[in-house]
Design a protein around this ligand. Structure first.
Ligand code: URA
Length: 272
């Protein structure tokens, strides 16, 4: 019996509309374009569109997934907004506790709420996307961006962007445990890529990975006999965390292009 597709109908329809929009040289869904350009975050944009508050080229549009291009004139409540958006990237120092998920069934709080609470008003209109995940109890550097292409760049396995972690572990890893981490550890989803592993103290390991599998650091250290007690991410690419816990700053263009290796023109050509 054929397996039932798990993709919801609304998502299939939205993807189809998106593909048609791309084929017509149009570039985005209205709701997403508003979030990327900093007009308002997606959920607010969706509500505003459905409420008939948004016009595109003088016509009220009530479909959040309607295709739109940056050359069209968009008005919200009569006020014109530009949909032209440059790539913006924020560094956030994640504390232990909040989840990196949009949904929060346990009510522990999300990093999106924490970030929004400390951002100034002009930056609250953006839809900030997390670039990858950190576990709830992991602290440290989490990047946010308004640009899905940057999310792909930061999380795609083929980018091999190094991520540096510091783990306090049970026991005292010896030279052979560190060598196993460097050479690759066999996990249930396959052998890990070669990594950098150094001892910072008898029970503290610095581990730099160029891939980002689920719970990878914890699984690797557990596999060599040293379960993680605390985990902190201190660098992504050549960007080193330099704000206090709970704090943020915007990265400069040169950091995004050089320290993180993102070339927006080239990668936009590759975007679907
Ligand atoms: N690896 C983990 O195990 N957890 C994280 O949060 C990040 C990397």
């Amino acid at each position: 019996m054929a397996r039932k597709s798990r993709t919801p109908k609304w998502l299939e329809a939205a993807r189809k509309r998106d593909a048609e929009a791309m084929a017509q040289g149009r570039s985005d869904w209205l709701m997403r374009a508003l979030g990327r350009a900093g007009v308002m975050p997606r959920a607010e944009a969706e509500a505003a569109i459905r409420a008939g508050r948004v016009e595109v080229d003088g016509q009220v549009v009530t479909e959040p997934f309607a295709p739109v291009s940056a050359t069209q004139t968009v008005r919200v409540d009569g006020r014109e907004h530009s949909l032209t958006a440059s790539t913006r990237v924020l560094m956030f120092h994640k504390p232990a506790g909040p989840v990196v998920h949009g949904t929060d069934p346990e009510g522990v709080g999300t990093v999106f709420e924490r970030l929004r609470a400390v951002l100034p008003e002009p930056l609250r209109g953006y839809e900030w996307l997390a670039v990858g995940r950190l576990d709830r109890d992991t602290t440290g550097l989490l990047l946010f961006t308004n640009d899905e292409r940057f999310v792909r760049h930061g999380t795609a396995p083929q980018t091999h962007l190094p991520k540096r972690y510091v783990a306090q572990v049970e026991g005292q890893p010896n030279a052979s445990a560190l060598q196993r981490l460097r050479d690759g550890v066999e996990l249930e989803d396959g052998l890990t890529r070669p990594a950098r592993a150094e001892s910072r103290a008898s029970d503290v390991v610095e581990l730099t990975l160029t891939e980002g599998r689920h719970h990878q650091v914890k699984r690797m250290l557990a596999a060599v006999g040293h379960p993680v007690l605390t985990l902190h991410r201190e660098a992504v690419g050549d960007v080193v965390l330099d704000v206090a816990e709970g704090g943020w700053r915007e990265l400069q263009e040169v950091e995004v292009s050089k320290a993180l290796g993102f070339r927006s023109e080239r990668e936009s050509d590759e975007a679907p």
